[in-house]
Design a protein around this ligand. Structure first.
Ligand code: ZN
Length: 165
Protein backbone atom coordinates (compact mmCIF):
# COMPACT_ATOMS: atom_id res chain seq x y z
CA UNK A 1 0.00 0.00 0.00
CA UNK A 2 1.29 3.40 -0.97
CA UNK A 3 0.22 6.23 1.23
CA UNK A 4 -0.80 9.34 -0.58
CA UNK A 5 0.70 12.64 0.40
CA UNK A 6 -2.47 13.87 2.15
CA UNK A 7 -2.58 10.64 4.20
CA UNK A 8 1.04 11.05 5.19
CA UNK A 9 0.43 14.66 6.07
CA UNK A 10 -2.53 13.62 8.16
CA UNK A 11 -0.49 10.94 9.92
CA UNK A 12 2.21 13.48 10.62
CA UNK A 13 -0.41 15.87 11.94
CA UNK A 14 -1.81 13.17 14.25
CA UNK A 15 1.60 12.17 15.58
CA UNK A 16 2.53 15.76 16.08
CA UNK A 17 -0.61 16.68 17.96
CA UNK A 18 -1.36 13.50 19.84
CA UNK A 19 2.11 13.29 21.28
CA UNK A 20 1.84 16.36 23.54
CA UNK A 21 -1.49 15.06 24.88
CA UNK A 22 0.12 11.77 25.77
CA UNK A 23 2.87 13.70 27.48
CA UNK A 24 0.32 15.65 29.51
CA UNK A 25 -1.42 12.39 30.40
CA UNK A 26 1.87 10.90 31.61
CA UNK A 27 2.71 14.05 33.50
CA UNK A 28 -0.69 14.04 35.26
CA UNK A 29 -0.24 10.39 36.15
CA UNK A 30 3.22 11.04 37.54
CA UNK A 31 2.02 14.05 39.49
CA UNK A 32 -0.86 12.16 41.09
CA UNK A 33 1.43 9.23 41.91
CA UNK A 34 3.92 11.53 43.63
CA UNK A 35 1.06 13.20 45.53
CA UNK A 36 -0.09 9.76 46.71
CA UNK A 37 3.49 8.97 47.80
CA UNK A 38 3.63 12.25 49.73
CA UNK A 39 0.30 11.41 51.41
CA UNK A 40 1.64 8.00 52.48
CA UNK A 41 4.72 9.64 53.96
CA UNK A 42 2.65 12.22 55.85
CA UNK A 43 0.41 9.43 57.19
CA UNK A 44 3.47 7.60 58.50
CA UNK A 45 4.49 10.78 60.35
CA UNK A 46 0.97 11.28 61.73
CA UNK A 47 0.99 7.71 63.00
CA UNK A 48 4.43 8.07 64.61
CA UNK A 49 3.48 11.38 66.26
CA UNK A 50 -0.01 10.24 67.23
CA UNK A 51 -1.40 13.54 65.95
CA UNK A 52 -1.79 15.72 62.88
CA UNK A 53 0.17 18.99 62.92
CA UNK A 54 -0.55 22.36 61.28
CA UNK A 55 2.32 21.61 58.88
CA UNK A 56 0.63 18.36 57.86
CA UNK A 57 -2.67 20.15 57.32
CA UNK A 58 -0.98 22.83 55.23
CA UNK A 59 0.96 20.28 53.17
CA UNK A 60 -2.13 18.15 52.54
CA UNK A 61 -4.17 21.20 51.54
CA UNK A 62 -1.42 22.24 49.13
CA UNK A 63 -1.29 18.72 47.66
CA UNK A 64 -4.98 17.94 47.30
CA UNK A 65 -6.92 21.21 47.77
CA UNK A 66 -10.67 20.71 48.19
CA UNK A 67 -10.24 16.93 48.01
CA UNK A 68 -8.26 17.08 51.24
CA UNK A 69 -10.71 19.48 52.91
CA UNK A 70 -13.58 17.07 52.22
CA UNK A 71 -11.50 14.14 53.46
CA UNK A 72 -10.54 15.99 56.64
CA UNK A 73 -14.17 16.94 57.29
CA UNK A 74 -15.18 13.29 56.90
CA UNK A 75 -12.51 12.27 59.44
CA UNK A 76 -13.51 14.98 61.93
CA UNK A 77 -17.22 14.19 61.53
CA UNK A 78 -16.57 10.51 62.32
CA UNK A 79 -17.57 9.29 58.86
CA UNK A 80 -14.79 6.71 58.58
CA UNK A 81 -15.86 3.28 59.84
CA UNK A 82 -13.85 0.13 60.20
CA UNK A 83 -15.92 -3.04 60.15
CA UNK A 84 -14.21 -6.04 61.65
CA UNK A 85 -15.88 -9.37 61.04
CA UNK A 86 -15.61 -12.16 63.60
CA UNK A 87 -14.31 -14.75 63.92
CA UNK A 88 -12.50 -14.36 60.56
CA UNK A 89 -11.03 -10.94 61.38
CA UNK A 90 -11.86 -9.64 57.91
CA UNK A 91 -11.75 -5.86 57.69
CA UNK A 92 -13.90 -3.57 55.55
CA UNK A 93 -13.50 0.20 55.52
CA UNK A 94 -16.52 2.40 54.86
CA UNK A 95 -16.70 6.15 54.42
CA UNK A 96 -20.18 7.51 54.98
CA UNK A 97 -20.96 10.03 52.26
CA UNK A 98 -23.79 12.48 51.81
CA UNK A 99 -25.83 10.19 49.62
CA UNK A 100 -24.49 6.73 50.38
CA UNK A 101 -21.75 4.67 51.95
CA UNK A 102 -18.53 4.08 50.05
CA UNK A 103 -16.54 0.89 50.28
CA UNK A 104 -12.86 1.72 50.40
CA UNK A 105 -10.02 -0.76 49.89
CA UNK A 106 -6.86 1.01 51.05
CA UNK A 107 -4.43 -1.75 49.98
CA UNK A 108 -5.83 -1.92 46.47
CA UNK A 109 -6.33 1.87 46.40
CA UNK A 110 -9.92 1.30 45.35
CA UNK A 111 -13.17 3.08 46.16
CA UNK A 112 -16.75 2.52 45.01
CA UNK A 113 -17.47 6.22 44.41
CA UNK A 114 -18.27 7.75 41.00
CA UNK A 115 -15.31 10.11 41.16
CA UNK A 116 -12.89 7.21 41.48
CA UNK A 117 -14.66 5.19 38.77
CA UNK A 118 -14.59 8.10 36.36
CA UNK A 119 -10.85 8.70 36.75
CA UNK A 120 -9.90 5.03 36.65
CA UNK A 121 -11.93 4.52 33.49
CA UNK A 122 -9.84 7.32 32.01
CA UNK A 123 -6.78 5.26 33.00
CA UNK A 124 -5.61 7.89 35.42
CA UNK A 125 -3.86 7.41 38.73
CA UNK A 126 -6.28 8.90 41.20
CA UNK A 127 -7.07 9.06 44.87
CA UNK A 128 -10.57 10.19 45.83
CA UNK A 129 -11.39 12.01 49.06
CA UNK A 130 -12.74 8.81 50.66
CA UNK A 131 -9.38 7.10 50.22
CA UNK A 132 -7.54 10.16 51.55
CA UNK A 133 -9.91 10.26 54.52
CA UNK A 134 -9.49 6.56 55.26
CA UNK A 135 -5.70 6.86 55.20
CA UNK A 136 -5.66 9.84 57.57
CA UNK A 137 -8.27 8.29 59.88
CA UNK A 138 -6.30 5.06 60.11
CA UNK A 139 -3.02 6.92 60.77
CA UNK A 140 -4.67 9.00 63.48
CA UNK A 141 -6.66 6.12 64.91
CA UNK A 142 -9.70 8.37 64.52
CA UNK A 143 -12.44 6.10 63.22
CA UNK A 144 -15.35 4.06 64.50
CA UNK A 145 -14.68 0.38 64.84
CA UNK A 146 -17.71 -1.82 64.41
CA UNK A 147 -17.70 -5.54 65.08
CA UNK A 148 -19.98 -7.78 63.07
CA UNK A 149 -20.28 -11.50 62.74
CA UNK A 150 -19.09 -13.29 59.61
CA UNK A 151 -22.58 -14.55 58.78
CA UNK A 152 -23.70 -11.07 57.77
CA UNK A 153 -20.49 -10.27 55.85
CA UNK A 154 -21.89 -11.32 52.45
CA UNK A 155 -25.12 -9.47 53.08
CA UNK A 156 -23.34 -6.22 53.94
CA UNK A 157 -20.81 -6.51 51.10
CA UNK A 158 -23.62 -7.04 48.61
CA UNK A 159 -25.46 -4.08 50.00
CA UNK A 160 -22.39 -1.83 49.71
CA UNK A 161 -21.66 -3.10 46.24
CA UNK A 162 -25.23 -2.95 45.01
CA UNK A 163 -25.56 0.76 45.57
CA UNK A 164 -22.62 1.28 43.27
CA UNK A 165 -24.20 -0.58 40.35
ZN1 ZN B 1 -14.20 7.48 46.77
Amino acid sequence: MVLSYPTLARLYYLTKYIYPEEMIFLKDMKEETSKIDALKKICEEIKALGKITDEHLAALTALFGSRFLRAWKAVKDGMVKKYVFRPSGRVVWIVVGRERDYLVMPEAMFCTCDDFYYHVMGRKAYICYHLIGQKIAEALGQYDEIEETDDIYDFLINEWKEITA
